[in-house]
Design a protein around this ligand. Structure first.
Ligand code: GSH
Length: 382
């Protein structure tokens, strides 16, 4: 297998687990058994597998998982868009006092001494990585351990987000699309912002329909570009990404939010991908200039070139779309939202997880987009 083949098969989130630098040669140390990287169909297209824990917290106090203040904990990674959408809900619904949360370290580590699996790990102390917390609840060293506490025979992926029940010591749900719906409706009696309904009944059909093409074209679309193992599925995915972005740009020229002039779930879903988009693209763009030292290492030139277009979504940046860019700032400026965006974690993840490509782990300063600067979205009446 050539390096270029390997790289094009590998996700950002798992690249560190695949390569080590030994002397001047890169060696493949394929070790992940349970990761998004393995989720590819025979045709070479990325296919995300379904989440496993699908229980629901309910406002009904007699249910198995009743919505009680202090009972649940949300494990996230600030680097992960799916986890970030759950954190966004926690913040804008005012659930900080009712539901605790913590973030893992941005860079994957070994999850066990007895095998090679790499995944999300907790820091050893409160000060090791700003923004990341040790697991004070279970004393776990990794997210994998949480899944194993919940289900000793678990064989799926060890993903974030995880909604954890402190009382029953188990994973309630690990599917962000469902966690956000629970946060929207089930905790209102203990929420600081109970009247905010991001999935109102009169807009549900519109939201469901819009979610579908935004998920396929944008949220999962960027992964389908990055994880494609063959040219055909990539071409199809990248075309869909830009078709969907163009469609958003047009819609956002007509009203403030994506489903009209009301903020909905779809806006939060879209935002978490948009806010990461330009950082990732500019990362690739900076590659060619930065890695002269690597170019001396055999085969690395191929690696860099493939990597530079790894996500392959650099046809146009979000800041080149006036409506999408202003819209991203608008959502970022909703009270609570900016605290869900930890650009250091996002950047540390991307720059720090690839020691063979970025041997000194230096994190560049740019592009430093100021999402707090004025936007023009107030031009739409509410
Ligand atoms: N369906 C899940 C997907 C979550 C997901 O893919 N999380 C990634 C991080 S962005 C993860 O934890 N990956 C770990 C792995 O693939 O092993 C959701 O939306 O909640």
């Amino acid at each position: 297998m050539s390096y270029s083949t390997i790289i094009s098969n590998t996700s950002f989130l798992s690249l560190a687990s695949k390569f080590t630098t030994r002397g001047s040669r890169l060696q493949c140390t394929v070790s992940m058994a349970r990761s998004a990287v393995d989720e590819t169909s025979d045709s070479g297209a990325f296919q995300r597998t379904a989440s496993t824990f699908r229980n629901f917290v309910s406002k009904d106090s007699n249910s198995q998982f009743p919505a009680e203040s202090g009972r649940y904990h949300l494990y996230i990674s600030y680097a992960c868009p799916w986890a970030s959408r759950c954190l966004s809900y926690l913040k804008i619904k005012g659930l900080d006092d009712a539901i605790s949360f913590s973030s893992v370290k941005p860079i994957w580590g070994r999850t066990k001494e007895t095998d090679e699996h790499m995944g999300w790990v907790f820091p050893g102390s409160d000060t090791e990585v700003p923004g990341a917390d040790p697991d004070h609840l279970n004393g776990a060293k990794s997210v994998r351990e949480l899944y194993e506490i919940a289900s000793p025979n678990y064989t799926g992926k060890y993903t974030v987000p995880v909604l954890w029940d402190k009382k029953l010591k188990t994973v309630v749900n690990n599917e962000s699309a469902e966690i956000i719906r629970m946060f929207n409706t089930e905790f209102n009696h203990i929420a600081g912002n109970p009247d905010l309904d991001l999935y109102p009944s009169h807009l549900q059909a519109k939201i469901d329909e819009t979610n579908e093409w935004i998920y396929n074209g944008i949220n999962n679309g960027v992964y389908r570009c990055g994880f494609a193992k063959k040219q055909g599925p990539y071409e199809e995915a990248v075309e869909q990404v830009y078709e969907a972005l163009d469609r958003c740009e047009e819609i956002l020229g007509k009203h403030r939010y994506i489903c009209g002039n009301t903020l909905t779930e779809t806006d939060i879903r879209l935002f978490v991908t948009l806010i990461r988009f330009d950082e990732v693209s500019s990362y690739f763009q900076s590659k060619k200039k930065k890695y002269t030292i690597c170019e001396r290492i055999s085969n690395v030139e191929t690696l860099i070139q493939v990597y530079a277009v790894h996500f392959k979504c650099n046809k146009k940046l979000i800041r080149e779309y006036p409506n999408l860019f202003n819209y991203t700032k608008d959502i970022f400026q909703i009270p609570g939202m900016s605290s869900t965006v930890n650009m250091n974690h996002i950047k540390q993840h991307y720059y720090g997880s690839h020691p063979s490509i970025n041997p000194f782990g230096i994190i560049p300063h740019g592009p430093n987009i100021d999402y707090t600067s004025p936007h023009d979205r107030h031009r739409f009446s509410k």
